[in-house]
Design a protein around this ligand. Structure first.
Ligand code: GDD
Length: 413
């Protein structure tokens, strides 16, 4: 049997995701019309003999209650949210719920970061892992040498795929092969974490007796029960025939910023084109809008037949799109109203916002593939009113603002 664990983190980690993380935990922010965490969860469903899916984080329980109960019913696999009282780090969080995870006596544990966008080739990875015979297998990916330092950089044996060397976000370049935050472990991972915990406690005790000054610096350091999977486990175990790599040739991205969420929404929409085309708007029939490329429209949204939508557009529940509106590369959240002849391009429009007639909300892309640049996108927080004929370009607008004049490259607090 296999148990899957998705690390969802907690509220303090989502600051780069503001203002979108102000009213929904980042793991529940919709990509291609589905909560971010829904995509790894549905990938887990393809694992043979999957017993349980756990989400581990330090958000309030009530924030996930509704989602986990509805997804459990939908997939007919038990999905549970386990809340840490405080952050224990990516390995420490896993370890603190080892009793729950081991309840089903799994032979393998699939561990996923929630903020990555991937096709999650889990069944193939599991097969490869069994052949390697190690304690763990990491999904890895080649990225550009300039961007590699945002990730764990690693070296693998080209013949055996063994992980030979691992450095988390190094200052000097090690390799363009990086850690995707997707793992398969045997239950021995808990022994490895336990060893690190013991070493940390011993070291802390040693410092305590050696001098008062050292004690002070020790208390400022990370707490003794905080264990990071990358620095504390992967780095020391590299080159010991315990860890192996499996390279994905399919899409993979990390979702740390709103700009990346828009890009990843598009990646998941194009995956739907291959795996579940019924989820995409078809645009045939006289009474539907003109659809270009991959578009998701929630069944409760009202989209005028003279509007033109796409590519890469997701429209959430109860949104209304007026006559003659044009939407390209954007995420429209619940209860948004877009009035006649308005244009939305390269933008995320927050819950309950409204965009007036003949208004434009857009970004101008400064460089190719520059989705991470803060202002390569326009973001309206919750309940922002853009009045008629107002133009908003490359700006971030915090919740509850009314814009009655045009703005460009501004952050409106
Ligand atoms: N439950 C819980 N508790 N989850 C946590 C905690 C914690 O204390 N700390 C982090 N997480 C979750 C985050 O929500 C995220 O899903 C995952 O664990 C990893 O987060 P970080 O430890 O902040 O690392 P990162 O995202 O900057 O980088 C990691 O992922 C990259 C791939 O996206 C590293 O493993 C990199 O090497 C890797 O390239």
């Amino acid at each position: 049997r296999v148990v899957a664990v998705i690390m969802v983190g907690g509220p303090t980690k989502g600051t780069r995701f503001r203002p979108l993380s102000l009213n929904v935990p980042k793991p529940l922010f919709p990509l291609a019309g589905q909560p971010m965490v829904h995509h790894p969860i549905s990938a887990c469903r393809r694992i043979p003999n999957l017993a349980q899916i756990y989400l581990i984080g330090f958000y309030e329980e009530r924030e996930f209650a509704l989602y986990v109960s509805s997804i459990s019913n939908e997939l007919r696999i038990p999905v549970r949210y386990l809340r840490e009282d405080k952050p224990h780090g990516s390995a420490g969080g896993l370890y603190s719920f080892r009793d729950y995870i081991m309840e089903d006596s799994p032979s393998h544990i699939v561990l996923l970061n929630c903020d990555v966008c991937s096709s999650f080739p889990l069944p193939d990875m599991l097969e490869a892992h069994k052949k390697y015979g190690g304690m763990g297998t990491l999904l890895v990916n080649k990225v550009s040498a300039e961007s590699a330092n945002q990730f764990g950089e690693l070296v693998a044996d080209p013949d055996t795929n063994e992980l030979l060397h691992y450095t988390e976000k190094p200052e000097t370049f090690v390799s363009d092969l990086i850690n995707c935050g997707v793992y398969i472990f045997t239950p021995n991972i808990f022994n490895a974490i336990e060893d690190v915990l013991k070493q940390k406690k011993d070291r802390a005790n040693l410092r305590r007796v050696s001098s008062f000054e050292a004690l002070q610096s020790a208390t400022k350091a990370l707490p003794a029960d905080f264990v990071r999977l990358d620095q504390d486990i992967l780095s020391p175990l590299a080159g010991k025939k315990e860890l192996y790599t499996y390279q994905t040739l399919d899409f993979w991205e990390q979702i740390k910023t709103p700009g990346m969420s828009l890009r990843c929404s598009g990646l998941y929409l194009s995956q739907f084109r291959r795996t579940s085309p019924h989820l995409l708007a078809s645009g045939d029939g006289k009474r539907t809008a003109t659809i270009v490329g991959d578009v998701y429209i929630h069944p409760s949204a009202k989209v005028h037949p003279t509007s033109k939508i796409g590519p890469n557009v997701s429209i959430s529940a109860n949104a209304r799109v007026g006559a003659g509106a044009r939407l390209i590369n954007c995420i429209i959240l619940d209860d948004v109203e877009i009035m006649e002849n308005a244009v939305v391009i390269h933008s995320i429009v927050g819950w309950k916002s409204s965009i007036g007639k003949w208004s434009r909300v857009q970004a101008i892309h400064l460089g190719e593939g520059d989705h991470n640049a803060k202002l390569g996108i326009t973001i309206l927080g919750e309940a922002v009113d853009v009045e008629d004929e107002v133009v908003v370009v490359n700006s971030i607008v915090l919740p509850n603002k009314t814009l009655n004049v045009s703005v460009q490259e501004e952050i409106i607090l």
